[in-house]
Design a protein around this ligand. Structure first.
Ligand code: F6P
Length: 749
């Protein structure tokens, strides 16, 4: 295909060239003919004069004698010169007196007499037997006017030589034309390939990699044009993104439309470790649980909108009993909309891959929350093995060779590379839900190169914030041989391109229970009553997994400090901490949970008044509807993570407050703090500052609560989870289009 196109392009150069050469050849040949003829005529003129002068004297002696035989013999001898065809003698009266045998019959003295005898130049005549050159040499006879010696030269040799010259000239020009054409074809071919390579690279996104553009494209004379095209593409991309944001109202419907239009109805495959629904044995029946997971909260509504298959670890005690023979179950249970494909792990596998490498290694490594990461070879081996198992499941679930796969989180750093190997044309969107540390911190990991290479199998690699993207680019720059374009946030490795982009995750909007809830006052009254607190009690809430990254101890310290600073609130304020048990197989987590319990007890010992505790710790799983009731009841929600990719609790709290009341205290170390500017932003390591923010939240006037909450709600509404997924899918669709276009114009992608 490439060759055919370059040939066509070459012909466009060659055809006019050949025409030009033809014109040149046919213009030049007659000119050359003419010149050769003139050279030969002049040559014959000179020879004629020479022969004339040589014959003059003996002929002048013989003529008066009138000795015919001797004169004829003289003339005949002279014609032995190969080019002198014949000689004749015309007397003064214009009668041909003597002639050699070859003297042309059609030539008579009257015709010759017309010629100027005194002229040195001969005349060319075209006679029936061929062209001849006739020259006249005047003879002076005794007693006056003399006759003329007529010299007739054969001109056929001139024609022969002319024909030869014409042949040589034509051959020369044809050969020259062919050589020039071949050079042109070669140059055109190279230019076309260079150009195509440039355009293809650009379409793949590589074109934006200015400093690392392949040498031959860089040196190409098309470079300025490629540069302009790049700039144009970049502007168009930016404008299109801007237009998308301005014109699309992100909802399940718009996401579905996008999927069908832009990704031509592609079936989506999601891969995560945590499954969205767990089947749990409870006494003699099976219950369905939804885990406390930001990932599940975000991806589930997307999956419901798009359908497809979600591949996840089947970790519920009754999971095996509820799947079909392909390990699939339709979910949500009440209204099935997509497939959940469960992957089974043995205890050892779960220990090594999930608890070990993912949660003792990568989790603390990425969070930099002052818990040292632990890396063991045995954990790594399980991590590799389980990533491969999930990759095999993706290949088995894909019903074409270019599926759209959404890979979730740090459990699957190797998965993109493995899928890419099996399905080179797949569109792989990997989203890293936790922070990405700086290169030095990440460098601690003994398998850092393998992890990075695996991640670079992705088409798009998403983080919550531009800051995490920057860290990732710098890490890759430090540890791998790649070409990185920081301006466009793309990495090229071994011909494969990965776009690194920030996509702040969010929650569904409108919330699932919108319009179906009792008024806030009712919920508040019920919650307070349930907690055994009086109706006027000030209520704070924190909702987390029991994880050391969440800043639960720092939060309690702030509550304690606030009560120290404002003792009048002791007994009037209670903080409810919902903490879902998590990863309790790990010692670090068990120790942390014990510290949380210990600290809440200690604070309660100091500040509880008449059965009204300062802290109520609810260390158990709560279903989302129940959590939402607490959000609606609370005067303040505290999110004090020490480091968090986004933290969706902050957004859930805002979404729950349709009464536009309540205040949010938010850690500056969460991704959410980059978006929810109207929250009271704190450094959780700074106990007084956090305590002060808590107090300010509890005493915030209604109008201020309303203004802040209204603004934050608008943001969560517009930047909802459908936009998060939609932006990634839109970018993926663009990449796919570019790859297809690159394949069409270049025969390969
Ligand atoms: O933050 C990373 C993450 O995967 C979240 O998306 C989720 O909230 C949490 O970890 C879940 O952890 P686990 O699945 O280990 O309980």
């Amino acid at each position: 295909m490439v060759q055919f196109r370059s040939l066509r392009l070459s012909l466009r150069f060659v055809v006019p060239l050949v025409i030009a050469l033809g014109i040149l050849a046919y213009g030049v040949v007659p000119l050359v003919d003419n010149l050769t003829l003139r050279w030969f005529v002049r040559d014959i003129d000179i020879r004629s004069q020479l022969i004339g002068r040589t014959l003059h004297e003996p002929l002048a002696q013989l003529l008066p004698e009138g000795n015919r035989s001797r004169i004829n013999a003289l003339l005949l001898r002279a014609t032995q010169d190969e080019r002198l065809l014949a000689l004749g003698y015309c007397d003064a009266g214009g009668v041909l007196r003597y002639r050699t045998p070859a003297f042309p019959k059609s030539l008579d003295c009257s015709a010759i007499a017309l010629k100027d005898k005194n002229k040195d130049e001969g005349t060319l005549l075209h006679l029936p037997q061929g062209s001849v050159h006739v020259s006249v040499h005047p003879m002076v006879e005794d007693g006056g006017e003399g006759g003329s010696l007529i010299l007739v030269h054969d001109m056929s040799f001139v024609e022969r030589r002319s024909a030869d010259t014409r042949k040589y000239v034509l051959t020369f020009f044809v050969v020259l034309g062919i050589v020039v054409s071949l050079i042109t074809v070669f140059v055109a071919h190279l230019s076309w390939r260079g150009w195509m390579e440039g355009v293809r690279a650009m379409l793949r996104g590589e074109g934006i990699l200015r400093p690392f553009t392949p040498q031959k494209v860089q040196n190409s004379e098309l470079q300025p044009l490629v540069g302009d095209l790049r700039a144009l593409l970049r502007t168009l991309d930016a404008e299109r993104r801007f237009a998308d944001d301005a014109t699309i109202t992100w909802s399940p419907e718009s996401l579905r439309t996008l999927l069908h239009k832009q990704l031509v109805g592609e079936k989506i495959l999601v891969v995560s470790n945590r499954e969205p629904y767990l089947h749990i044995k409870k006494d003699d029946h099976i219950e369905v649980n939804r885990p406390a997971s930001g990932l599940v909260t975000a991806v589930e509504p997307v999956m419901r909108a798009c359908s497809g298959t979600w591949i996840a670890h089947g970790s519920g005690s009754a999971d095996r009993e509820t799947v079909d023979r392909h390990d699939r179950v339709r979910v949500p249970p009440q209204k099935p909309e997509y497939n959940l494909r469960r992957i089974w792990l043995t205890k050892d596998e779960e220990q090594g891959y999930y608890y070990g490498f993912a949660n003792e290694g990568l989790w603390p490594l990425c969070h930099i929350a002052h818990v040292r990461p632990v890396f063991r070879t045995s954990d790594w081996e399980q991590y590799v093995k389980i990533n491969q198992r999930f990759a095999d499941a993706v290949v088995a679930e894909a019903d074409n060779d270019d599926p759209v796969v959404l890979v979730q989180d740090y459990h699957f750093a190797l998965l993109p590379g493995m899928i890419r190997k099996a399905l080179p044309k797949a569109t792989i969107i990997t989203f890293w839900h936790i922070p990405w540390p700086n290169p030095e911190s990440f460098g601690i990991c003994p398998w850092r190169e393998e992890l990075l290479k695996g991640m670079l199998g992705s088409t798009i690699l998403g983080f919550h914030t531009p800051y995490h993207c920057k860290n990732f680019l710098e890490t890759v720059d430090r540890y791998l041989e790649t070409r990185i374009e920081h301006e466009s946030s793309t990495i090229s490795r071994r011909g494969h391109l990965t776009m690194v982009e920030s996509y702040p995750i969010s929650i569904q909007w409108p919330p699932p229970w919108e319009g179906a809830l009792p008024p806030v006052a009712t919920t508040r009254a019920e919650i307070l009553q349930g907690l055994g607190l009086p109706p006027e009690q000030l209520l704070g809430v924190g909702v987390d997994r029991m994880d050391y990254t969440k800043g639960i101890l720092e939060r309690f310290a702030a509550v304690e400090r606030m009560l120290e600073l404002h003792p009048e609130l002791a007994g009037r304020f209670t903080f409810v901490q919902i903490a879902a048990p998590t990863r309790s197989a790990l010692e670090e987590y068990r120790a942390f949970e014990a510290r949380v319990h210990g600290m809440s007890e200690r604070i309660n010992d100091r500040f509880a008044r008449d059965g009204r505790p300062a802290i109520i710790l609810k260390a158990q799983h709560h279903e989302p509807e129940e959590v939402n009731r607490y959000y609606r009841a609370a005067d303040v929600c505290m999110v004090t993570s020490l480091h968090d990719g986004m933290n969706l609790v902050a957004k859930e709290y805002v979404a729950a407050r349709d009464d536009e009341r309540g205040a949010l205290v938010l850690s500056q170390f969460t991704g959410a703090a980059h978006e929810l500017h109207e929250a009271l932003i704190v450094n959780p390591y700074h106990v007084e500052q956090t305590a002060e923010a808590l107090y300010r939240a509890l005493t915030m006037p209604d109008y201020e609560q309303q203004e802040r909450m209204r603004s934050m709600r608008a943001l969560v509404r517009d930047f909802n989870v459908y936009r998060w997924a939609g932006r990634m899918l839109l970018d993926a669709a663009r990449v796919r289009q570019r790859q297809k276009l690159a394949a069409r114009i270049g025969g390969e992608s």
